[in-house]
Design a protein around this ligand. Structure first.
Ligand SMILES: Cc1cc2nc3c(=O)[nH]c(=O)nc-3n(C[C@H](O)[C@H](O)[C@H](O)COP(=O)(O)O)c2cc1C
Length: 204
């Protein structure tokens, strides 16, 4: 537990600023726990989470995004139910965030075009499999050809992966904050609607 009381301990406005600081730090630092949130979505009675890499944040427009394969199972789920959540936890900061919102699947548009251009040669490997991610295989396999497995492909050859690349934006509707402290936990809820942010303390 942290010994000193942080400046945001009893201040909802500072909690909100801290949330975006942590997200920004997570975005920029591969070793930060906020770099790898769990993304949760589902439909009917079935919900599931998976780790994703946080690829972008936009405090002004209140959104987060990550990259994925358009053929992945979560895409079908998100088409049927656009509501989804991110779960973050930083053990050193003792902070959990549950961020919920509505997703937009970006595919072959200006947004994906710009992100694909910035996706480095090595990272494009994920989009170069011929088979659908999640499909059954009769052998143990990465789903990639030997050359792709061994990064033996040119940047030009990796362009074919663009057809599998998509970017999932989540437009945030609420954020729930939990801070664990020996002096007493703190929990807060933020509702984000248009330009309004409703901030409330709740019982941890
Ligand atoms: C460290 C780590 C990072 C990952 N990053 C991503 C990612 O950015 N995007 C993604 O779609 N899957 C990522 N995955 C794989 C997902 O967790 C998941 O296995 C995959 O997306 C298939 O999920 P689905 O069947 O629910 O679509 C990552 C997994 C790990 C362990």
């Amino acid at each position: 537990m942290q010994k000193n009381i942080p400046i945001y301990y009893n201040d909802l406005n500072k909690v909100y600023l801290k949330i975006w600081d942590l997200l920004n730090f997570g975005l920029l630092n591969r070793d930060s726990p906020f770099h790898l949130p769990v993304f949760i979505c589902g439909e009917n009675k079935s919900f599931d989470g998976r780790i994703v890499v946080l690829r972008g944040i936009d405090e002004k427009n209140k959104k987060l995004w990550f990259h994925t394969d358009i053929r992945s199972k979560k895409i079908e789920i998100l088409k049927n139910n656009t509501q989804a959540s991110f779960l973050f936890y930083d053990k050193d900061e003792k902070i959990q965030l549950r961020i919920s919102g509505n997703v937009k699947i970006n595919y072959q548009n200006n947004i994906t075009k710009k992100s694909w251009e910035k996706t480095i040669h090595m990272s494009r490997q994920c989009y170069l499999g011929k088979s659908t991610p999640g499909s059954i295989s009769s052998t143990p396999t990465s789903g990639l050809s030997e050359n792709v497995d061994n990064f033996k492909y040119t940047l030009e050859e990796s362009e074919i992966g663009y057809k599998n690349f998509c970017l999932i934006e989540t437009f945030i509707t609420s954020i729930e904050w939990l801070y664990l402290a020996a002096k007493g936990h703190r929990r807060a809820h933020f509702s984000l609607k248009n330009n309004l942010i409703e901030k409330k303390w709740i019982i941890p």
